[in-house]
Design a protein around this ligand. Structure first.
Ligand code: ADP
Ligand code: ZN
Ligand code: ZN
Length: 841
């Protein structure tokens, strides 16, 4: 702890010139030194945000964070002045600055990239060009008629933006060009207006004046108001809502003004008088945005015997281990155990961070947590607005939120006293950020955070990542197991349906086996719900001409376009490109253009045809774009009006429904045979997780039907037997044989260029240079990835495997970075870009 803070010694106030090294939100791998204006020096703190000019002619305005204060002028350039200090108190802690530095180094990116992603954009200022009449201007004869009009408007206003000006003078001219000309004639001045984006939502409140907080004064007041019954009634009304007779402190929180003068006009005027006479005072507070689900009284959690044992074991292991893996099967009630541990950590006075994968967050678990922790819990989520994120950030700084539940970016919150970090569903790939840099893994960052703050980490999963389980087996992490479902529920019965055989016997109806259709039918009869999983959205992934084999492909990417029936269009899932659906083949003119394969849309349609009386909902990226869409689907399904839920991997995660007794899985083979060394692990995780949605209540065992063309595959047998350990033993052997994680670290370099030859040339050179230094066993590629062209860039991947032991990883990374920089500055390879992904998934 001391070590971290001692990096930033405060400035001695009596020295003359002050400089600040700043983190700027731009992808340049260094800090920038700025000069601190005299009056600012004393107030300036490390971790505070400042505004600085940047770029040629200081044309840009940026929000920067102070990383260091000192007295050494920079060499090679003249330091510019900081323009403004935004924070009296640092919004970024010493731990965070340390984190930014570590992430930039570990993930091979710029510290500015890290800061830029870490800070919610509401904490960065935005700037806007404004135009102002120049009062020294005195050559009106040089102006054109339209310039005169503009100037006349400008004289009426203190300053106008280009847009405002355009609106005032009509569409008549090209405003930016005119302004440019007017600037040249020194008739106007253009400047950057800077404003903070964060706008708190304020609410006006009312409380009794401090003079009446003591019992005696309050009684005296009420007595005095005997003669003014209306005013007395208003005070009484206040006291009914705020029982400060028992606890004067309650008065400080006050009451919404609207509650006091609800219905009658009379109380309105009495209240106004009371305010005028300083009996009441009004004040403004920031409206909390998350209070909606806060409970009246916190719900008590009572752990089952098994859960209690797990919780005790975790606490016991934390005595010896900083990281514990909590391996608990689906439906075992891991959340309850987490709640117990969170309460203990909070009672001990430390902060708690609970990380969840992206999609599960908005719904069920958060509601469960809110019932216990109420508005003491902050929620940090990517679908929240900037303002909401800023409030959580500030709430952590102020101590309002000792406990935050959030997605991966919550690791950037300004904690300084963490006691416990929970990483729920730690195997989830959505913890890894792909774009933009930093391409970090939130679980691994959480482990670093905990390390610095001496906090404990609990990694929870029913299907741990091989990496994590391996660490536990090696004794580096603790391991606690919970293999009982809550309330004596049993794991579902998983059955394999041989689609090849059903096809031969002609019992398949489109994508549905007769076994699945019968099971769905039975479930409908029993009024129980079903979940159907197909990891592909849209109606069908291909559109093809029967006569000439033409397929619809994206103009920008080397992928087929997906047919979306609802919106009647073809879409690229890589770049977002959209096209109309061709009625005839664009190559041969044939009208026999058909769709091949199926996605969630098609399944939804077919279910509706097979079961016209039933209600089907679909949950995938296309139906959940709106802020609360996910929540709504869950609520509807939970409410029971819906019989079947069709979805992509979104429905595999964390959902907890009482009445789901059947899960159907399509296209399992495609998951299993995906060309990636992690495919087996991923399939096991995904299929086990989605299976785990079935039969979560005691009394009726759930059923899972997996449709496959090859029921003999060992992975499917392991899934049926819920044999995680068997899977682990087999897979870990493979990983060792081929030196894949956890036995090595992977760094993936992706070379991109619009010209395939140049892209290839750069990749070849990079791979050759790396092979020279690292040896051919450590460098794979260059290789074309599965999709070799995206957004008109041709891609080549180079994969670097670095052993865990006996290699100086820092030196290797530095070497790789040097080679990359060589290529990026090579004039022959202009426009080549290289994406570095450390610990790629
Ligand atoms: P997991 O995350 O391990 O799959 P959950 O935490 O979602 O399991 O728990 C499964 C279900 O059982 C949830 O509906 C939860 O509310 C319920 N449950 C688990 N433990 C308890 C408990 N101790 N008391 C009441 N309900 C519980
Ligand atoms: Zn054709
Ligand atoms: Zn595309």
């Amino acid at each position: 702890e001391n070590q971290i803070y001692s990096l930033f010694s405060p400035l001695e106030a009596d020295e003359v010139t002050f400089f600040a090294d700043l983190i700027l939100p731009i992808p340049v791998p260094k800090l920038f030194t700025y000069r601190v204006p005299r009056g600012m020096a004393e107030a300036l703190k490390i971790g505070a945000r400042v505004i600085v000019p940047f770029g040629r002619n200081n044309g840009r305005v940026l929000t920067a964070v102070v990383a260091r204060l000192h007295h050494t002028p920079p060499t090679g350039y003249q330091a510019r002045y900081i323009s403004e200090v935004l924070d009296e108190y640092p919004l970024v802690t010493g731990y965070q600055l340390e984190l930014f530095r570590w992430m930039a180094e570990y993930y091979m990116c710029c510290i500015g990239d890290v800061m830029n992603v870490a800070l919610p954009s509401g904490l960065k200022i935005s700037s806007q060009s404004k135009v102002q009449f120049n009062p020294d201007f005195d050559y009106p004869e040089l102006l054109t008629e339209f310039e005169e009009t503009l100037l006349a408007e400008l004289k009426k206003h203190p300053a106008l933006s280009y847009d405002e000006l355009g609106r005032l003078v009509g569409e008549g001219g090209n405003v930016p060009a005119l302004i440019k000309s007017l600037v040249g004639k020194k008739a106007v001045i253009v400047f950057e207006e800077v404003k903070e984006k964060y706008i708190p939502k304020m609410v006006r409140k009312i409380r009794l004046h401090r003079n009446y907080e003591e019992k005696e004064q309050l009684l005296a007041l009420l007595q005095r108001l005997e003669k003014l019954p209306k005013q007395q009634e208003v005070v009484m009304r206040y006291l009914r809502h705020v029982p400060m007779q028992h606890n004067p402190a309650l008065n400080q929180k006050g009451l919404d003004k609207s509650i006091l003068n609800q219905d009658d006009a009379l109380s309105q005027s009495s209240l106004t008088t009371l305010i005028k006479n300083a009996v009441f005072e009004t004040f403004e507070v920031i409206q909390p945005r998350f209070a909606d689900n806060a409970p009246d009284a916190p719900v008590e959690i009572r752990l089952t015997e098994h859960q209690q044992r797990a919780s005790d074991q975790i606490m016991a292991q934390f005595e010896r281990q900083n990281i514990v893996l909590f391996h608990g099967i689906t439906g075992s009630g891991k959340t309850e155990v987490y709640i117990d541990l969170i309460q203990q950590a909070l009672a001990g006075g430390s902060q708690v961070l609970y990380l969840l994968p992206e999609i599960a967050l908005t719904t069920q678990i958060v509601v469960r947590l809110q019932r216990v922790f109420g508005d003491k819990m902050g929620i940090y989520h990517s679908k929240f607005s900037d303002n909401e994120r800023v409030e959580v950030w500030k709430g952590v700084v102020s101590g309002q939120y000792q406990f935050v539940v959030g997605v991966r970016s919550a690791v950037f919150l300004p904690f300084d006293n963490l006691g416990l970090i929970i990483v729920d569903e730690e195997h989830e790939t959505s913890y890894k950020q792909h774009d933009p840099a930093p391409r970090y893994h939130a679980r691994d960052v959480a482990i670093m955070l905990a390390h610095w703050q001496q906090a404990k980490v609990l990694l929870g999963s029913a299907t741990p990542s091989l990496e994590t389980y391996y660490q536990a087996k090696q004794g580096r992490y603790g391991l606690v197991e919970l293999f009982h479902r809550f309330g004596n529920a049993t794991l579902p019965n998983i059955l394999l349906v041989d689609t090849k055989r059903e096809k031969q016997q002609k019992t398949m109806k489109n994508e549905f086996s007769s076994a699945l259709l019968e099971a769905l039918e039975r479930n409908l009869d029993r009024k129980e719900q079903s979940i159907l999983f197909q990891n592909r959205r849209g109606y069908s992934p291909y559109m093809q001409c029967e006569d000439c084999d033409w397929t619809a492909e994206c103009d920008n990417c080397a992928v087929s376009l997906t047919y979306h029936q609802r919106d009647a269009e073809l879409r690229c899932h890589y770049c977002g490109h959209k096209e109309q659906v061709p009625r005839i083949c664009p190559t041969c003119g044939s009208t026999k253009v058909r769709t091949i394969g199926f996605g969630t849309e098609k399944l939804e349609d077919q279910l509706q045809i097979f079961f016209p009386q039933s209600r089907v909902l679909r949950m995938d990226l296309d139906t959940t774009r709106a802020k609360n869409a996910y929540q709504q689907i869950i609520q509807e399904f939970e409410g029971g009006q819906v019989d079947m839920l069709v979805g992509t991997q979104m429905i595999t995660k964390g959902l907890d429904f009482d009445n789901v007794s059947l899960v159907g899985i399509f296209d399992a083979d495609r998951l299993i045979h995906f060309p990636d060394f992690r495919a087996t692990e991923r399939s096991f995780q995904m299929l086990t997780q989605v299976s785990g949605r079935a039969g979560r209540r005691a009394g009726r065992q759930g059923t899972v039907l997996i449709q496959t063309a090859n029921p003999q595959q060992t992975i499917l047998q392991k899934i049926i037997q819920n044999d995680y350990k068997g899977l682990f033993d087999e897979e870990i052997q493979e990983r060792q044989n081929f030196n894949y994680p956890p036995f090595s670290r992977l760094i993936k370099l992706t070379v991109r260029h619009p010209d395939k030859t140049i892209s290839h040339q750069a990749a070849e050179r990079l791979a050759a240079e790396l092979t020279d230094a690292l040896g051919s066993s450590r460098v794979l590629g260059p290789e074309e990835p599965l999709v070799e062209r995206i957004r008109n860039q041709f891609l080549f991947d180079i994969l670097i495997k670095i052993e865990r032991e006996k290699v100086n990883v820092k030196a290797v990374k530095a070497y790789i970075q040097d080679r990359i920089n060589d290529i990026l500055t090579d004039k022959g390879l202009r426009q080549v870009s290289i994406v570095t992904d450390v610990d790629c998934l």
